[in-house]
Design a protein around this ligand. Structure first.
Ligand code: SER
Length: 671
């Protein structure tokens, strides 16, 4: 079965059950501040799940393009994707558990539809917690449908070995697995029941706990029925929604793979042409026998699927790299194709886009591709999907241009950062003896922070580089030890973030938390705002007078908030003047530099500071521009700052208001 056939069949099936077919919504959510991207089919429907009336009725179905970056580090194994298509059907306060489960079953197993083998199907249900009890209603429906094919489905107690009991079909799971949503901090959510397919029936009956069978990649989840009858509200509480809703999501890539007897979401026509292109560009071979095996480097535990005889470590790295490139560039292509015209940037969704492209480029280099190449992959993506998603063809030129531009930019950063990391290597590596990566390799989060603050080298890439070095040394048997453990990685990250915090006032915001590694990602953006704050203070003093001093500031990846002493409301003219001065300084691409000196010296130099704050004896003084350059911002500050003002973009004041008596507050953004 092809992806096109499955899409068509799914929609036909639900049409036959009186569902209206709706188009895929934009990948970039409309009026929804809780997420950066559409992460599931239910997203654009959230208002209707909350009770609004949908113009097409109470039964809907569609195929929605989705971006999910929460599992970005897992991409490369056989099932995680950042871009995927989700087939979904919804009941807006109409049918509920019984119909949803019965129809899922009918579509999957009936000869007329997918004709999957019911003996290979397993399901999970919600086991209950303080918010909601065990989902006995779903359990009863599942028992009934299994009974219709003479399987006497039993409930397997949580965390219990299946030990070959073929009747264990229903697995209650805790909220972390079987409570879906909300996608952001608040919104519709509820218990869910997930469907799994046995990808390796030749290995006989399942033996381990269900969790272990999932983690060993033996069973693959491919469809999720969510029973959305709750709303999570701001203070972490749950309230019942007015209506009981159904939200289901079937992962198209996983579903066609299991339907075709494959055990890997990449083994289908939505990926093959991409791998062929990458093979051509790199001269390396994509051999799925080298698919990363969980125990080697993705998951713990013993291996139920021993590597094929042809398996090599290098082959595994190649497969992983090719999957990451294919997945990330596919995601980037779809984001760029969106009519919203999003481009790579240092904030929000633009930053995620940047990160996807740059990560793909990194892996391209690992494969030995040393030309600008991502646009060539994008062209293949467009060919695969253009008949289903017209926006790809329509925006082809824009997609290609943006990819080329971003790749060129990144090449510059990368070159500098990698050189530095190389330099760090020999001296740090000497005491290589311990089992622990951190003590063995000797690199600390502080080193990586320096690399980051000086060269803009992203922390996640530093970690990846270090992992590679570590493997190299392992292979050369310099040490005989394990790979970088999760604990070590966490410790490095923690040190990195501590160093980051020491150097700047960084507040974790909702948006920073929205994607994994949020702090590190967000920090690139906050550094820019930090420098903008210096320029703005100098401009404010120029326009409003020397009475202006800083009273406070708060920076998030999306904006700058700045309090300063001044007693009157600023006029629109004054606001414009401040913006113009700052933008002028940005345009001049002035260098930003610092010197260390005593507090006395700093004051004598006329450096600004928040003088209610306590400073140490020696301080850092940041200056923008040269002494004779006209505009001067000289501030006592811990940094970090950008190297040159040119990278700040366009500065814009979005709000000016009173903060407290004699103190005004400005909100500003960099566009
Ligand atoms: N919202 C659920 C999911 O994303 C079902 O569509 O899995």
């Amino acid at each position: 079965m092809t992806a096109n056939e499955l899409r068509t069949k799914y929609l036909e099936f639900f049409k036959s059950k009186d569902h209206a077919i709706i188009p895929s919504a934009s990948l970039i959510p409309e009026n929804d501040p809780t997420v950066l991207f559409t992460t599931a089919g239910m997203h654009p429907l959230a208002p209707y799940l909350m009770g609004e009336k949908h113009p097409l009725g109470q039964r809907l179905a569609n195929c929605q393009k989705c971006i999910r970056t929460s599992d970005i580090n897992e991409v490369g194994n056989n099932r995680h994707l950042t871009f995927f298509e989700m087939l979904g059907n919804w009941s807006l306060g109409e049918y509920f558990k019984k119909e949803a489960i019965e129809w899922s079953w009918e579509f999957l197993t009936s000869k007329e539809w997918l004709a999957m083998d019911p003996h290979r199907l397993y399901v999970t249900v919600f086991m209950g917690n303080e918010n909601s009890g065990q989902d006995t209603e779903s359990i009863e429906v599942w028992k009934k449908v299994f009974a219709s094919v003479e399987i006497e489905a039993e409930v397997c107690p949580y965390n219990t070995k299946i030990a070959g009991n073929k009747n264990y079909r229903i697995f209650p799971m805790p909220a972390k697995d079987n409570w879906w949503g909300p996608a952001g901090e608040t919104g519709p959510c509820g218990p869910c029941t997930e469907m799994y397919y046995d990808t390796e029936p030749r290995l006989g009956a399942l033996q381990k706990t269900f969790d272990e069978e999932i983690n060993d990649f033996r069973v693959m989840e491919f469809w999720n029925d969510v029973f959305m009858e709750f709303n999570k509200i701001a203070d972490g509480k749950y309230e019942k929604l007015a209506a009981k809703n159904v939200d289901t999501g079937m992962g198209l890539e996983r579903a066609i793979s299991v339907l075709n007897g494959k055990k890997d979401a990449f083994d289908n026509e939505l990926f093959w042409p991409l791998f062929e292109k990458i093979e051509e560009l790199s001269g390396k071979k994509y051999d799925s026998h080298n698919s990363p095996h969980p125990p080697l480097n993705l998951r713990g535990g013993e291996n139920i699927n021993p590597p094929q005889p042809s398996f090599t470590k290098e082959g595994e790295d190649t497969v992983r790299a090719m999957r990451i490139i294919a997945d990330h560039i596919k995601a980037a292509t779809f984001i760029l194709a969106d009519e919203k015209g999003l481009t790579p940037s240092n904030v929000g969704a633009g930053y995620v886009l940047r990160r996807l492209i740059r990560r793909a480029v990194r892996y391209g280099k690992q494969l030995g591709i040393d030309e600008i190449f991502t646009f060539k992959i994008a062209e293949e993506v467009i060919k695969i999907y253009q008949d289903t998603y017209a926006e790809l063809k329509k925006n082809k030129e824009f997609i290609v241009n943006q990819l080329v531009k971003e790749e060129e930019k990144f090449d510059e950063t990368l070159e500098k950062g990698l050189k530095e990391l190389e330099k760090m290597k020999p001296e740090k590596i000497a005491p290589f003896s311990s089992k622990s990566f951190m003590t063995g390799y000797g690199l600390s989060g502080d080193d990586l922070f320096n690399l980051y603050s000086t060269y803009g080298f992203p922390i996640e890439m530093s970690l990846e580089e270090i992992k590679k070095l570590y493997q190299e040394y392992n292979q050369k048997q310099v040490v005989n030890t394990v790979e970088l453990s999760k604990d070590d990685e966490d410790r490095i990250l923690q040190q990195f973030h501590e160093a980051l915090k020491k150097h700047q006032e960084l507040s974790r915001t909702a948006s920073a938390g929205m994607f994994k590694g949020g702090l590190a990602d967000a920090s690139e953006a906050t550094v820019r705002y930090h420098t903008a704050a210096h320029l703005m203070l100098a401009a404010l003093r120029q326009v409003l007078g020397e009475n202006v001093v800083q009273k406070g500031s708060n920076i998030t990846p999306e904006r700058l908030r700045f309090d300063f002493s001044h007693s009157e409301k600023m006029t629109p003219e004054q606001i414009k003047q401040v913006e113009d001065i700052v933008n002028e300084q940005i345009k001049k691409d002035l260098p930003v530099s610092f010197e260390e000196m005593t507090l006395e010296e700093a004051k004598a130099k006329g450096a600004m500071g928040v003088f209610e704050s306590k400073y140490g004896e020696r301080v850092k003084v940041y200056s923008v521009g040269s002494k004779n350059g006209g505009m001067s911002s000289v501030e006592i500050c811990g940094g970090p700052h950008v190297e040159r003002t040119g990278v700040l973009g366009k500065f814009k004041i979005t709000k000016e208001e009173s903060s407290s008596a004699g103190v005004r507050r400005i909100k500003a953004v960099l566009e």
